[in-house]
Design a binder for this molecule. Structure first.
Ligand code: NAD
Length: 257
């Protein structure tokens, strides 16, 4: 088992990448704190883990709120005795997010509050707990859109994910001597709730698919496996890295027909 005796906290674990990672981490021996605003989704993740014989706890937390972030970290320490893996995964992509001219300020603020401030708050309260446990691994979810301009404008989302990359690099450098590693994960387009809600017609899905050399959307489980590597000691010499799991998008100038 690759995460034996580890405690992991995963935000946004009530769906998609977060749920798949929670299930996989638990299977690999970790005790998992499932944090989400969606109570039903979070409880379902916990039930799935427990049915498979794993250890998990649901904590209702909105990552844009400091008090909630403080509390989810405290729950990890109180229930499972520490924190070794902090997976800042929760994120939103709002349908009204468009180009710089048409995007309303409220959409910008909400997106930044969850996608970027949420990662900051996770680190603000999570890092002291990682220190108390003797070190650990932080995984922050950015996106391939942090590396390239998107064909469909989503100015707030794109900017928030660019912020996650630079924040992750600084955290990696500042905390390296404390045995705390921090890496960013950049998924390509996935067949999860978040994206399929926005790409709600065949034409919109096709417009995205033509950019993917592999010609298909990724699966949350394919990102969870990369997260497991970053969470485990197998990546012990990796910090400050941007790990791209995108079906080849960022490698492509043109994609095959
Ligand atoms: P998802 O919508 O399936 O899951 C996201 C989860 O986060 C949901 O359970 C939701 O309730 C939760 N959440 C939303 N706001 C929250 C908040 N304020 N506090 C706590 N939890 C909150 O999405 P997903 O595809 O699994 O996305 C996970 C991460 O991956 C996000 O950061 C997303 O931006 C990123 N990402 C997704 C894709 C994609 O194509 N799906 C691509 C690149 C990056």
């Amino acid at each position: 088992m690759r995460l034996e005796n580890k405690v992991a906290l995963i935000t946004g674990a009530g769906s998609g990448i977060g749920r798949e990672s929670a299930r996989l981490f638990a299977q690999e021996g970790a005790a998992v704190v499932v944090a989400d605003v969606d109570e039903a989704g979070g409880q379902e993740t916990v039930a799935q883990i427990q049915e498979a014989g794993g250890r998990a706890l649901f904590v209702r937390a909105d990552v844009s709120r400091a008090a909630d972030c403080r509390q989810m970290v405290a729950a990890a320490e109180e229930t499972f005795g520490g924190l070794h893996i902090l997976f800042n995964n929760a994120g939103i992509m709002l349908a009204e997010d468009s180009d710089a001219v048409d995007t309303d300020e409220t959409i910008w603020d909400r997106t930044m509050a969850v996608n970027l401030k949420g990662v900051f708050l996770g680190c603000k309260y999570g890092i002291p707990a990682l220190r108390r446990s003797g070190g650990g691994s932080i995984i922050n979810v950015a996106s391939f859109v942090a590396l390239m301009g998107a064909a469909t404008p989503q100015i707030a989302y794109t900017a928030s994910k660019g912020g996650v990359l630079s924040l992750t690099r600084e955290i990696a450098v500042i905390h390296a001597r404390e045995k705390i590693r921090a890496n960013a994960l950049c998924p390509g387009p996935l067949r999860t709730e978040l994206l399929m809600k926005v790409l709600d017609t065949e034409a919109k899905r096709h417009r995205r698919l033509v950019h993917i050399p592999m010609g298909r959307f990724g699966e949350a489980a394919e990102i969870a496996r990369a997260a497991l590597f970053l969470a485990s000691d197998e990546s012990s010499y990796m910090t400050g890295a941007t790990v791209v799991v995108d079906g080849g998008i960022t490698a492509a100038y043109v994609t095959p027909e």
